[in-house]
Design a protein around this ligand. Structure first.
Ligand SMILES: NC(=O)C1=CN([C@@H]2O[C@H](COP(=O)(O)OP(=O)(O)OC[C@H]3O[C@@H](n4cnc5c(N)ncnc54)[C@H](OP(=O)(O)O)[C@@H]3O)[C@@H](O)[C@H]2O)C=CC1
Ligand SMILES: CC(C)(CO)C(=O)C(=O)O
Length: 323
């Protein structure tokens, strides 16, 4: 199916920062309706890339049924004046890229723009919410997705995994009902979009999943499913127990037994997957360890808690990343 985007107009009011795998997935999910006639109605989305000038690019999206869709997207440069029209900005860069990518944009967005952070790990929301204090009409929501996408080439992605996208308000002006409704497009292929208030407990739960699966799979060079083996269980329990203690000091009550069950469930559900950290290490890319187990350690320091298991995983993964 070919959907032709109109040139950028004042109607373009949703921007996705980070034109990578998840950024392009969100773009397609927000734009494509399966019917060209409707697709034009949803031509209000642009991507923000690293290019110094705004460009139009042909994108390809291979959906879960193997069908490839072609669209033309506007890739906005980070100093395009059209940023002033953006009232919903979905940030889809890696956790360690959020501050550099987002903070310089804040003064250029519509004054009532709502920002949504959608990355693995935790931590960038602290710096972002501090920066938002200078922009009282802006708002911040946080989220996480279990959808997955693979970059086939720079402008071609494949939808590789299904799952829930979980979002919730964090600070500033809440997301308008109209934009919330518009985000329901993310749910169009029956993958749940869930709203949480407060959102942090759900993000800590996702953090637990990543804090167990990502470093253990990277260090043991194994698929997620192998972590069900008996030999990993003491370490898994220790990672979770430490995380639960830190979260408690942060005001988040988590049930360690429930969390352990959830982690085991995700290990089983994603048994054939190689985690993103395993893949980052294999391809000599920077990992998100500082925002996963590293975030647990950072918060533990604030509360004078010892988290030796998480600390040793941070050190070991950092050492692995040097080769
Ligand atoms: N891929 C997946 O299936 C899943 C990913 N996630 C999470 O989603 C987040 C994004 O992951 P993913 O999409 O895979 O990562 P990618 O590296 O594919 O995408 C990030 C994109 O952001 C771009 N970017 C970085 N900094 C800037 C900047 N300053 N200005 C403009 N663009 C910038 C990157 O460009 P460049 O490449 O040039 O750095 C890249 O295109 C991560 O936290 C990941 O853990 C969660 C669930 C599944
Ligand atoms: C859930 C999990 C562990 C799936 O592989 C993931 O989010 C990741 O790889 O980063």
């Amino acid at each position: 199916m070919i959907v032709t985007a109109k040139p950028l107009t004042a109607h373009a009011n949703i921007a996705i920062l980070g034109a990578g795998a998840i950024g392009q997935l969100m773009y397609h999910k927000l734009c494509l309706t399966g019917q060209a006639v409707q697709a034009e109605q949803f031509n209000d989305v642009v991507l923000i890339g690293r290019q110094p000038i705004t460009q139009q690019h042909k994108l390809q999206f291979t959906d879960h049924s193997g069908q490839t869709h072609h669209t033309t997207a506007t890739i906005l440069s980070s100093d395009d004046t059209h940023l002033a029209n953006i009232n919903l900005l979905i940030v889809c860069v890696k956790a360690y890229q959020v501050e550099n990518a987002l903070l310089p944009l804040l003064s250029k967005l519509a004054p009532n723009c709502h920002v949504v952070l959608l990355h693995n790990g935790l931590g960038p929301h602290l710096a972002v919410s501090e920066a938002l204090e200078h922009y009282p009409a802006l708002g911040l929501s946080l989220g996480t997705t279990s959808q997955a996408a693979l970059k086939i080439s720079q402008w071609h992605i494949k939808h590789t995994g299904f799952g829930v996208t979980q979002l919730g308000h964090y600070c500033g002006t809440p997301l308008s009902t109209e934009l919330k409704h518009r985000l329901q497009a993310l749910h169009r292929d029956n993958q749940p979009l869930e709203w949480y208030q407060p959102v942090l407990p759900i993000l800590w739960q996702k953090l637990a999943i990543n804090a167990v699966i990502n470093p253990l799979s990277a260090l043991n060079k194994c698929a997620n499913g192998q972590l069900a083996a008996e030999e990993y269980q003491p370490q898994i329990t220790a990672i979770i127990d430490e995380l639960v203690d830190v979260a408690k000091c942060d005001g988040i009550e988590l049930d360690p037994a429930q969390l352990l069950n959830r982690v085991k469930q995700v290990i089983a559900l994603t048994s054939a997957n190689f985690s993103s950290m395993y893949q980052d290490v294999t391809h000599h890319r920077v990992t998100e360890i500082d925002y996963i187990n590293g975030y647990i350690c950072q918060q533990a320091r604030r509360y004078n808690l010892a988290v030796p298991t998480n600390q040793s995983l941070v050190v070991k993964v950092a050492a692995l990343s040097q080769y």
